[in-house]
Design a protein around this ligand. Structure first.
Ligand SMILES: [Zn+2]
Ligand SMILES: [Zn+2]
Length: 190
């Protein structure tokens, strides 16, 4: 079975011509050039993973090489601390699709988890029109999470003062992250 045979979260709901058609591309956020570089670098390799109890399994293709740590308050409340995640160009469920739960912490962000064990799986942006972007998978859910480097700390200004910097070469603050999210949503809804 190829990856294309697996059920996806929502790709069927995506229009055939994607978002970029129609209007001018939004202006890039200069301060986030380092993150763009990270996403473009490295092997675009395929990975597998799943939840704690093994009911839900997925396959994904990494976008860029390495993972990021997000210090935002939402991630902290959801995961109990910084969320470590990898960017993906696609993310497909290969087992346990009916056991996946979703939580919308905000209007534009949807997180998925296993309803059997609570294990965190992914999170993605949701546009106003309902388009979804399968953009992140949890690092700890990957079968092999030891070989990836920490590339960036996101919302670094919101990091718990008791933690201290984690040593990522790129530090992105909340203002830049918000601008990136808004730009991406605009692209998705254009
Ligand atoms: Zn599970
Ligand atoms: Zn976060």
């Amino acid at each position: 079975m190829s990856k294309h045979d697996h059920p996806t979260f929502d790709l069927a709901a995506r229009p055939a011509s994607n978002a970029l058609s129609g209007s001018a591309a939004p202006t890039p956020v200069p301060d986030s050039a380092a993150l763009d570089r990270i996403e473009a670098e490295g092997a675009q390799r395929e990975v597998t993973g799943g939840c704690l109890c093994g009911t839900v399994r997925f396959a994904a293709k990494l976008r860029g090489h390495g993972y990021s740590a997000c210090h935002c308050a939402e991630c902290r409340a959801w995961a109990g601390g910084p969320v470590l995640s990898v960017r993906t160009s696609w993310f497909v469920l290969t087992a346990g699709e009916d056991k996946v739960g979703f939580h919308r912490a905000s209007e534009t962000l949807e997180r998925s988890f296993c309803t059997c064990c609570g294990g965190h799986l992914s999170y993605r942006l949701v546009s106003q029109s309902g388009l979804r972007d399968n953009s992140l998978a949890m690092l700890g859910a990957l079968d092999d999470c030891e070989t990836l480097p920490l590339n960036a700390e996101l919302h670094a200004d919101a990091r718990l003062s008791s933690l201290g910097p984690l040593g990522a070469p790129t530090q992105i603050d909340t203002a830049t992250m918000t601008a990136r999210r808004d730009m991406k949503l605009k692209t998705m809804t254009a």
